[in-house]
Design a protein around this ligand. Structure first.
Ligand code: GAL
Length: 381
């Protein structure tokens, strides 16, 4: 993890391979209402000295990197930082955030375990005029949410699915040939997971409809394929069950859409131990965790999605600094900073309680064994 951290800090964002990919996103706007624009203003102008950072889980590599990056940025700028990790448990995260409020946090940066369940923390923060930034995962029901900073989650799913389409050469294969796919979506409590799924299905569904791609388990819905807590061993177990139930002597498994690297790891472990055909199963992923990078080099995982966490953390830092310096949330809160990466300010995708949330979205990149060195550098293992 430490090495990855060091490497990540060296990486500058590279031109996207997939600039043509549509980043059109799904939104959960109730059909009959037109959301209004967000106009949060909760900061009183009092000097902010202490920032609380709440990550959702210490179990996953990326949240340590995010936390280290954010902590360093804010400490170097003279703030005190309180940090907690949530343990993938809603109640634990709520307690930790409430504790940070008690300990004097004056602004909160939160990647929620569950986007929908921070109720009491939001109430407490609102009462104490503490602004909240939703980091990577959206937070619902905060009328004063300062901003949502993330990667384009829909595009993540599109990149994963397009990889499968291209690797199986679905557009050029014989009309009567078909391929078998299984789907592993992310944690259903995590708001991003549905965006990853929808992005991927926007590409895969046409092939599933024509029968070019078959899902032998018939498990294709978001909830039916969701892996709780993004847990490696749950993904491993489900893959074992699918292999023994549907991929016996006659059936090959060609591809697995795995929503992130912790899931991909469980899938590849199960394939390694229990799949007995000669073909290389295509497996997608996301986050470029160290063991998955190794698996991409070895060929047991096909791709991952690289999200430059330096950029996500730095964008968050700039947004907070501008806000505390009095820039209006109606303006671009990254202005004045010389960012060497693309970030899209979006005010018409994410909706909470009929209000559009101002989002700042970065662009994900695909990593395969062809471009791995170019994107991540040579010395990551
Ligand atoms: C998502 C995040 C992904 C991945 C996943 C599991 O919300 O966007 O990058 O880390 O959670 O933690």
């Amino acid at each position: 993890m430490h090495k990855l951290f060091k490497i990540v800090t060296l990486i500058s964002i590279l031109a996207l391979f997939f600039t043509n990919c549509s980043s059109q996103e799904v939104s959960n706007i109730p059909e009959e209402t037109t959301p209004t624009s967000q106009s949060p203003t909760i900061y009183t102008g009092e000097k902010v000295q202490t920032i609380g950072i709440s990550m959702p889980a210490a179990q996953l590599e990326r949240w340590h990197i995010d936390a280290d990056l954010l902590k360093t940025l804010f400490e170097d700028a003279g703030y005190d930082v309180l940090l907690s990790y949530g343990d993938n448990l809603i109640d634990t995260q709520i307690n930790e955030i409430n504790q940070m409020i008690d300990q004097g946090a004056q602004l909160l940066i939160i990647a929620p375990v569950d986007s929908d369940s921070l109720g009491s923390c939001i109430e407490n923060a609102n009462k104490a005029n503490i602004p909240i930034v939703a980091y990577d995962r959206l937070i619902y029901h905060d009328p004063y949410l300062l901003a949502y900073v993330s990667y384009d989650n829909y595009m993540v799913g599109q990149l994963q699915a397009q990889y499968i389409v291209d690797a199986l050469d679905l557009n050029n294969s014989d009309n009567d040939s078909s391929f078998n796919l299984e789907i592993f979506s992310g944690d259903s409590a995590d708001n991003n997971a549905i965006y990853f799924y929808d992005g991927a299905m926007s590409i895969l569904e046409p092939y599933i409809k024509t029968g070019k791609l078959k899902v032998l388990s018939n498990q294709t819905s978001f909830y039916g394929t969701s892996v709780s807590s993004w847990d490696t061993s749950l993904a491993h177990e489900r893959m074992e069950v699918l292999l023994s139930s549907y991929y016996g002597t006659n059936q090959q498994l060609n591809a697995v859409l795995a929503a992130n690297d912790s899931i991909a790891l469980g899938v590849s472990e199960a394939i390694e131990s229990s799949y007995n055909k000669d073909n290389q199963v295509i497996i997608t992923g996301q986050d470029c965790d160290s063991s998955n990078i190794q698996n991409i080099r070895d060929g047991s995982q096909s791709m991952s999605i690289f999200k430059n966490l330096n950029n996500e953390a730095y964008a968050t830092f700039c947004i907070v600094q501008n806000y505390l310096n009095g820039v209006s949330t109606g303006d671009d809160l990254t202005e004045g900073y010389d960012l060497d990466f693309t970030i899209r300010r979006d005010s018409n995708t994410y909706v909470s309680d009929d209000v559009y949330i101002t989002s700042y979205l970065l662009s994900p990149e695909m990593v395969t064994n062809v471009n791995i060195d170019e994107i991540l550098g040579n010395s990551q293992e």
